[in-house]
Design a protein around this ligand. Sequence first.
Ligand SMILES: C[S@@+](CC[C@H](N)C(=O)[O-])C[C@H]1O[C@@H](n2cnc3c(N)ncnc32)[C@H](O)[C@@H]1O
Length: 359
Amino acid sequence: MQQLPTLTPCRRNVRLHKSADEAVQETNDDAALSKASAVRRGYLDDAFITKFMKKDARRPPIINRGTFVRTHAIDVLVEQFHETCRSQDAHAQIVSLGAGFDTRYFNLKKRGRSFKTYVEVDLSEIVERKMAVIQQHSELTDIIGERQDVDSGLRGNDYVLMKGDLRHWKTVAEALSHILDFDSPILFLSECVLIYLNTHDSDTIVDWISQHCLHAAFVLYEQILPDDPFGQVMIDNLRQRHIELKSIWTYPTLQSQIDRFMSREWSKAFALTISEIHDRVLTPEIRTRISRLELFDEVEEWTLLGNHYCVCWATKGRMDDMKGLQVHRKRGQKEDIVPFTLWPQSDGASVKLGSPERK
Ligand SMILES: C[S@@+](CC[C@H](N)C(=O)[O-])C[C@H]1O[C@@H](n2cnc3c(N)ncnc32)[C@H](O)[C@@H]1O
């Protein structure tokens, strides 16, 4: 089988008879490894991710670039959510679904951001491993402040690390109901997570959020385009590792990702591929900076890879004030920033990348 790069790498020593749950948990180690590699190479600034790594992190340039673009885009949207809450005198709440070893909470706190609550949910084994690492590092425990270890995970003043299986949403939702304030804005993050659930389970989660949260944002990152040759190889490579992208068949395109939210009465939803974010959203200064970090000659593979991953974001209620990712467009010598809802093509036609505001 052809080996194409994926943002989740192929492993050579795959254990036979691994359970699907073990395989999906390993994707967390891959995500952490990729982030640590991007930090090591100077793409990302993250003081905490290496604490979760046992080995030296090195990934190829194409993966480092992909990890940077994804993380940068999500960081921008999270900062916008926080800023929108602040401008409305509202308390920010974030729920990271399948958070794994993500260190965004610690980095945001280090940058002075405050939250009413930041909740991270993942499977028991991952939460226990994350708790063990947190307990070993005073840089992490200091940020959490006063904390309690409880059966369900760890609780701080504004931080909850919670064991929960997203396939049993009723139980997770019951726990969240005791933590969240549904009158205040809530941002839900799914960074390469919902796609591992079957469509019924992932839809149950989005349905619940749509029904319970008046002022909400959802930021999602996952694979798309399973049917073209690159997509088929991507699916096959992951299958070899016992990983199924279960809901990719229901949400295979940018438009279907947008529809997933618009059909549930969210007022705005947008989606862009990682390639589009790289080419149109990153400022020329950022693109130049990352292009100088290491030799990069995988140009064709990069476009293919970037076309198969997307960032989708949706808002409702007071969170409709979020600007979203903005597109940079060159006009003569000037660089404009425009909303990308309608992106003019060279033939003058417009391609619809996002949904206009629902009236
Ligand atoms: C690719 S990793 C991403 C981790 C993190 N969001 C990030 O981007 O660094 C996928 C994560 O989803 C979690 N996950 C998958 N299925 C889950 C489920 N049914 N319930 C809770 N977490 C799940 C995995 O354990 C893993 O930590």
